[in-house]
Design a protein around this ligand. Structure first.
Ligand SMILES: NC(=O)c1ccc[n+]([C@@H]2O[C@H](COP(=O)([O-])OP(=O)(O)OC[C@H]3O[C@@H](n4cnc5c(N)ncnc54)[C@H](OP(=O)(O)O)[C@@H]3O)[C@@H](O)[C@H]2O)c1
Ligand SMILES: *[C@@H]1O[C@H](CO)[C@@H](O)[C@H](O)[C@H]1NC(C)=O
Ligand SMILES: *[C@@H]1O[C@H](CO)[C@@H](O)[C@H](O)[C@H]1NC(C)=O
Length: 369
């Protein structure tokens, strides 16, 4: 089993651009302002909380505001298939806990599980799906082709392994996990196999023709890589591109390109991932919108991303959070714009980038070739 877990960058690692000296002073002033604002805000929210809790206590569960419009529960892909707009992500959902997470999610109403061969938990996901009693054809199952298997002859065997483990004979979506190929049985970069994803893609097209997969897509592709792949005479266009999207890294240019080119984005690490989730939930603008609407900060962030038109993949193994993350609502336009601006008003910071860990002689997300 190859090593696939990559370290989340620490703050210090990817702050380089912005921690020059004047910026430090700016930061101090900024922190001062934020501290005062936070204090005022705390008093204000406490007062509001007291008012609200007395008002809502009798008939509404706290934190659920029912006066907001709902968001689409699915998007329609170019193939005509409907993909549920919110999935349960299962990366880092460990053995012995992922099955319960999947069952809780299905009971809550999720019909989309975002998994991968490399997460090492597909057998438990499949078992949970079976035990849930929810029919296979009501659930959207995604898996991903790991870096070791980009050689065309390696694709079908590892796809079959995922199908066996999941206990199904087809996937709804199979995506190339990274635009990076490793040499067979190692975690060593393979330059030749990495240079051109088209041969791998042709094999995936064959898997669709064989009925083992309904949709195929990519993950972690930037615009130049997408342009390179789609310049080929594809029989099937990528159905989605799964990338990091969150408050810290909202990628407006990629989102625009994707809308213009009809390749929807799936938002991974939508809460900032394990390393940044607390920081995300404490963003002042996010907390303010949450307080104003009677939602939780996580619900605001997930709602915002569905409203941006992306399929969102929050991961949790905690039942209350799994339920929380599924209750989403349309943000009133002004608040949506406010959050979009806030997300774009700081230098973008990626929360996950395995380029260094994999010893690559370039950064995966830099321009290419
Ligand atoms: N294609 C790729 O290369 C790629 C890369 C990364 C991720 N992904 C996919 O995207 C999914 C999500 O990404 P991610 O796991 O990195 O990040 P994430 O969903 O942004 O964050 C997950 C973290 O947030 C916590 N959390 C979830 N909901 C919460 C809530 N309502 N309140 C407080 N904490 C909450 C989880 O804790 P608990 O679980 O302990 O509750 C976990 O620590 C993955 O599972 C995977 O399916 C794909
Ligand atoms: C609820 O929605 C209705 C109609 O959209 C609106 O008139 C009313 O003011 C809203 N109430 C609250 C408390 O926001
Ligand atoms: C994609 O890029 C690779 C590497 O530069 C190149 O060999 C290939 O021809 C490109 N594909 C297309 C269709 O331009």
């Amino acid at each position: 089993m190859p090593s696939y877990r990559y370290k989340l960058l620490s703050n210090g690692d990817d702050d380089e651009q912005i921690s020059t000296k004047p910026a430090v002073r700016r930061k101090k002033i900024l922190f001062g302002i934020i501290a005062v604002a936070a204090a005022m805000y705390a008093v204000f929210s406490a007062a509001r909380f007291l008012v609200r809790s007395s008002r809502l206590a009798c008939h509404k569960p706290p934190g659920l505001h029912r006066n907001l419009s709902s968001l689409p529960d699915h998007f329609t892909l170019p193939s005509g298939d409907n993909i549920p707009s919110v999935a349960l992500g299962v990366w880092q959902a460990g053995r012995g806990e992922v099955g319960n997470a999947v069952k809780t999610a299905l009971k809550t109403g999720y019909r989309h599980i975002d998994g991968a061969w490399a997460y090492g938990n597909e057998a438990e996901v499949g078992q949970a799906l079976k035990e849930s009693g929810v029919p296979r054809d009501e659930v959207w199952l995604t898996s991903k082709l790991w870096n070791n298997f980009h050689a065309p002859e390696d694709v079908e065997p590892v796809l079959d392994d995922s199908l066996n483990k999941l206990g199904t004979d087809y996937l709804d979506l199979y995506i190339i996990h990274w635009p990076i190929a490793f040499k067979k049985d190692t975690s060593q970069y393979d330059p030749e196999l990495t240079a051109d994803p088209y041969p791998t893609w042709q094999k995936l097209e064959e898997m669709v023709e064989k009925g083992k997969v309904r949709n195929i897509g990519v993950s972690n592709f930037n615009i130049p890589r997408l342009e390179n792949l789609t310049a080929n005479p594809l029989k099937i266009k990528p159905a989605v591109n799964q990338v990091e999207l969150n408050f810290w890294n909202p990628q407006p240019e990629l989102l625009k390109w994707s809308n213009d080119n009809g390749i929807p984005l799936e938002a991974y690490s939508p809460l900032g991932g394990t390393g940044y989730v607390q920081k995300s939930l404490n963003v002042p603008q996010v907390k303010a919108i949450a307080a104003e609407l009677g939602l939780t900060p996580a619900q605001v962030l997930i709602s915002w991303q569905v409203q941006r038109g992306t399929i969102v993949l929050p991961k949790s193994v905690t039942p209350s959070r799994i339920e929380e993350n599924f209750q989403i609502f349309e943000l009133p336009e002004a608040l949506f714009v406010k959050l979009e601006r806030a997300a774009q008003s700081h230098p973008p910071q990626r929360v996950g980038n395995p380029s260094k860990q994999w010893g690559l002689p370039f950064d995966i997300f830099d321009d290419y070739p």
